[in-house]
Design a protein around this ligand. Structure first.
Ligand SMILES: NC(=O)c1ccc[n+]([C@@H]2O[C@H](COP(=O)([O-])OP(=O)(O)OC[C@H]3O[C@@H](n4cnc5c(N)ncnc54)[C@H](OP(=O)(O)O)[C@@H]3O)[C@@H](O)[C@H]2O)c1
Length: 299
C-alpha cells in the first residue's frame, strides 16, 4: 500500500484484507483503513486485487476472481510456473503480457533481483551459464520470523543457515528450485544452465547474491559496465562495495564487484543486492499494474 501511495496510481477506492479483522490498522493517503477478513465476496468488486498472503490465501481466493475477470497480482508461488501465465519483471520481459491475461504472479524475490541484474548481460552478450549463492534477509521469511529475530530468537541469530524451504531427494531446497525455474521463465531462457545455493543470514531486509556467469558471446568488463549504467532499474557501483544496509528501502537492484574470473571474455562474477520487500515483491507488483495501465489493459 505504501508503494501504491508513493507511485501515485489513479486509485479511486482501496480496501485492505487479511485473515482476520483489525480496525484502523493501515493507512492509505493519510486515512486509516479497517483491515477486513478476506473472502471472494468482499474482493470481487475491485478491478485489481494484490495478494501477499501465501499459498493458502491464493489457492482459496484467486480462482473465483479469475472467473470474474478481476486482475490479480499475486506474490505467492502458487501460479508462477503455470503455462500461459506471464511472470513479469516490467524492465526484463514486458513483452510477455497479452490482452487476455488477468493473472499476474510476482516472481520469487531472489529470482527477481537476479533477473534484474542479469537482463542487461542477456541483452548484451547472451547467457550460457549462471551460478548464484544468496545471502537472504530474515524479513524474507515473513513478519513472524522478523519479530522472532528482533527478540533474539531463531536459528539465524548470529548465524547463517544454508537451507530455505525443504530439501528434496537431490538435496535441492524449495527456494533453490524456485530461483532456477523462475529465472529461466522470466529471462525467457528455458535452457539456461543455472544452479543456486540459498542461505539465510542475520540481516533484517535486502537480499544479496554472489553471481558467477558465462556469456554466449565474448564481451568485456567495459561493455558490461556500460550496459549496467544504461539500465534504469540498476545502480551500478563501478568501484567500492554495496551492502544490504544501504539498499534497504530502495527500488533498484545494486550491482558491484563486477570482474572477469578468467581471460576468456566469457566468464565474470558480480555481487548484487536488492530490497526483497520492494523490488523483490511490492514494487514489482505495482510496476506490473503500471504496465497494464500503460498498455490500456486496466482502466
Ligand atoms: N517477505 C518477503 O520478502 C517476500 C518476498 C516476495 C514474496 N513473498 C511472498 O508474499 C507472501 C506473503 O509473505 P509475507 O512475508 O508478507 O508473509 P507474512 O508477513 O506472514 O504476512 C502474511 C499476510 O497474509 C495474511 N494471510 C495469511 N493467510 C491468509 C488467508 N487465508 N486469507 C487472507 N489473508 C491471509 C496474513 O494475515 P493475518 O496477519 O491476519 O494472519 C498476513 O497479513 C508469501 O506468499 C511470500 O512467499 C514474500
Amino acid at each position: 500500500m505504501r508503494v501504491l501511495e508513493e507511485r501515485d496510481l489513479p486509485i479511486e477506492r482501496i480496501g485492505a484484507f487479511a485473515s482476520r479483522s483489525r480496525p484502523g490498522a493501515v493507512y492509505f493517503r493519510g486515512v486509516a483503513l479497517d483491515v477486513e477478513p478476506a473472502s471472494p465476496e468482499r474482493l470481487r468488486d475491485f478491478d485489481v486485487v494484490f495478494f501477499a498472503g501465501g499459498e493458502d490465501a491464493s489457492e482459496t481466493l484467486v480462482p473465483a476472481l479469475e472467473k470474474r475477470g478481476v486482475v490479480v497480482i499475486d506474490n505467492s508461488a502458487t501460479f508462477r510456473m503455470r503455462d500461459g501465465v506471464p511472470l513479469l519483471i516490467p524492465e526484463v520481459n514486458a513483452g510477455a503480457v497479452r490482452a487476455e491475461h488477468r493473472l499476474f504472479p510476482v516472481g520469487n524475490c531472489t529470482a527477481i533481483i537476479l533477473c534484474t541484474a542479469l537482463a542487461p548481460i542477456r541483452d548484451l552478450a547472451g547467457l550460457r551459464r549462471v551460478h548464484v549463492a544468496s545471502y537472504q534477509a530474515v524479513s524474507g521469511a515473513g513478519r513472524d520470523a522478523l519479530d522472532a529475530f528482533d527478540r533474539g530468537e531463531g536459528a539465524v541469530v548470529r548465524n547463517v543457515v544454508p537451507k530455505i524451504g525443504e530439501l528434496d531427494a537431490n538435496g535441492e531446497s524449495g527456494e533453490e528450485r524456485k530461483v532456477r525455474d523462475e529465472t529461466r521463465k522470466m529471462l525467457g531462457l528455458p535452457e539456461l544452465e543455472l544452479s543456486a545455493l540459498c542461505v539465510r543470514v542475520p540481516v533484517r531486509t535486502a537480499h544479496s547474491e554472489a553471481v558467477f556467469f558465462e556469456t554466449e558471446r565474448s564481451t568485456s568488463l567495459a561493455e558490461l559496465a556500460a550496459a549496467f549504467e544504461r539500465a534504469s532499474s540498476i545502480v551500478f557501483h563501478r568501484s567500492g562495495i554495496v551492502t544490504p544496509r544501504e539498499v534497504e528501502g530502495t527500488d533498484e537492484v545494486h550491482v558491484a564487484r563486477l570482474r572477469p574470473t578468467d581471460a576468456s571474455g566469457h566468464r565474470f562474477s558480480l555481487f548484487c543486492v536488492g530490497d526483497q520487500l520492494r523490488k523483490g515483491a511490492a514494487t514489482n507488483a505495482v510496476q506490473i499494474l503500471e504496465l497494464l495501465l500503460e498498455k490500456g489493459l486496466v482502466r
